[in-house]
Design a protein around this ligand. Sequence first.
Ligand code: SF4
Ligand code: SF4
Ligand code: FES
Length: 254
Amino acid sequence: MNNKYILRIFRGCPGCQYWEEFELEYNPDANVISALMEIQKNPVNRLGLKTTPVAWEQGCLEEVCGSCSMLVNGVPRQACTALIRDYTHGGTGTITLAPLTKFRLIRDLQVDRTSMFEALKKVRAWISASSGDSKEFGVKVSPELQESLYPLATCMTCGCCSESCPQVSEKSSFMGPAAMSQVRLFNSNPSGEIEKSVRLRSVLGEDGIAACGNAQNCARVCPKKIPLIESIPFVNREATKQALKDFFSLPDTK
Ligand code: SF4
Ligand code: SF4
Ligand code: FES
């Protein structure tokens, strides 16, 4: 007979959340998403009562889009790469699932990460085209620089860093570490030079770099191992230089 384990899920809508348990047959190859899909096929809880299917978000199923982020046993991570076998003891035990808490709850395990995308807009986390009809290649980027910037480019806006950051809360407007790291990425790329000052000014407010308390939780939970603890002081230094330049009305330099 196969072993069984319990998925204990914190579900519901804003203001009416509750725990509900489901018993599932152990499958050594299952991940949290496939376990949720099993429940979706036949949503009957551990008490034998028919219930509503659990809501969650998913996209790539290979830890690239960040949409399936949730708390697995209290730790923020992607459900698609959370293997059931890593959370059970020989296929038995209980795994808890809960939605991220730093984002607006939609329902069950689904949250609205709009605040992260708004932060990316605010810091201009892109490279503007210099001319719509240019036939020329862009600025050359050395292989060494490409290699050093690549880890920063792997950010999937998953929200795990914000979830773990004590400075991201309802009481604070801090944009969070991911947006700060994107400032470093785009300001370090020669093609992004033209908007360097604009990006730095965008993090000078109370929602910007000064809100970071340097607790470094963010770097510890980032699934992509993005060097956030290097990005944050980098942006801090650059933003301070920009503030001084602005104070003394010096021209923006590259
Ligand atoms: S270093 Fe700490 S305070 Fe700063 S962004 Fe990371 S978790 Fe938040
Ligand atoms: S920096 Fe890491 S933890 Fe934060 S959103 Fe990007 S990938 Fe996720
Ligand atoms: S579904 Fe895209 S990261 Fe999990």
